[in-house]
Design a protein around this ligand. Sequence first.
Ligand code: SAM
Length: 309
Amino acid sequence: MNQNKKKIDWSGGYWKDMLIDQRKFIWHKDTVDKLARWLGLVPGMTAVDVGCGLGNLGYIYWPYFGKNGRYFGVDESMELIQQAEKSAKDWATGGEARFITGDAYKLPFPDDFADWVMCQTLLIHLKDPERALAEMIRVAKPGGLILCNEPDNLSTMLAKHYWSLPELEVEEELLLRKIYLICNKGAINLGRGDNSIANKVPVMMKKFGLTDIEARLNDKAQFLYPPYEGSRQQNILQMIKKRVLDQSDFWMERVKEEFLAGGGDLEEYRRFREISDRLKLIFKNQFEAGEYIVFTSGFFYAIKGRKPE
Ligand SMILES: C[S@@+](CC[C@H](N)C(=O)[O-])C[C@H]1O[C@@H](n2cnc3c(N)ncnc32)[C@H](O)[C@@H]1O
């Protein structure tokens, strides 16, 4: 598979790994409890999950609506749909969970079909997120719930996080942030989506006439420290290692493509590479010695609105 082609294929390689690794601890269970109350979930609802991937949203919310309920996961990837269908046999009991191959821009449901239409980290990857949101609203019943769990990864990258790697010079910190800002423009130019999409979703909902628009932040903060006890710590450590060491060439190439597509110049990219390569080496040493530490959090929102009656 060509990992650098413009449209991501989530059914394999790095991307599928992400759907499995990152999703294990994406929301704290007590946060999901609170969100389920905030959303007003009740047993027996009919739910549609657009860009469902391996069905993570269905899995985490099923206990709140699944009894006598219906869940329809839709994804353009047939491989993911087939795998999601298999694993749903373990969690989707007492109601009906179905997985369908389909396009977020043309959902395979009639108008006014579902009590609840949701997505998670879908809009961030789309060239035309507004069109997809309009389609989600079309299939919701009047008075129905729309939920978009979307991140603002750009703001997360611009923030200052603690790590055990050496402090960078202020100029270097600024260069990294300049690269992130330009890459985001580049990603949009390449049709890869907007890393900052969550910022725009409430306004998009308003524009489409939704009511009761509100947002909550994912309250997950990560503190990774030796000896990395428990599955959450191990999961985070392995994800970081995979990204920084195993997949380094892939991510560097992606940054280069997006930086140039956003109007960046090669000289600045080279300086970025120097900094990244220096940090990567120190990370490798700390990882192997079991000394790496990071404390971080991010901007990942649950944004809801209601289709007018
Ligand atoms: C980041 S993954 C999120 C998966 C899932 N919602 C989750 O949170 O684990 C994005 C998903 O959207 C799907 N996708 C991307 N563009 C799509 C489109 N136009 N129509 C349907 N699915 C799409 C991908 O195949 C992928 O499974």
